[in-house]
Ligand binder design. Structure first.
Ligand code: FES
Length: 100
């Protein structure tokens, strides 16, 4: 694998060894496989990683896209992921879901 152009982080709510935060309770991890499939289908040179709690639980699930550093809130379904990945492909941001 060559170095990815984009690195997507999805909050998996870990605090220490336990997933105690809210994102995982809002099913953030159910979206990981979908994101990976979409990245492949879209031909994006990107990888997705799960993270510890990103300390914005009330706004979760939180998803972050680097290197742009766009933080997205309430990423809880496939249609929201689609909007974010559409924006990534277009070189824009999905403003409706952007964390202020
Ligand atoms: S559990 Fe995701 S921000 Fe805290």
């Amino acid at each position: 694998m060559k170095k990815p152009d984009y690195h997507i982080l999805m909050c998996a709510s870990f605090r220490g060894l336990e997933a105690k935060g809210k994102c995982i309770k809002k099913e953030s991890m159910q979206l990981i496989n979908y994101i990976e499939e979409e990245l492949q289908d879209r031909g994006l040179n990107a990888m997705v990683s799960s993270t510890g709690c990103l300390k914005l639980c009330e706004e979760g699930p939180i998803m972050v896209v680097y290197p742009r550093g766009d933080w997205y809130k309430n990423v809880s379904d496939e249609s929201t992921v689609d909007e974010i990945l559409d924006a990534l492909e277009e070189g824009t941001v999905a403003k409706a879901h952007l964390l202020a």
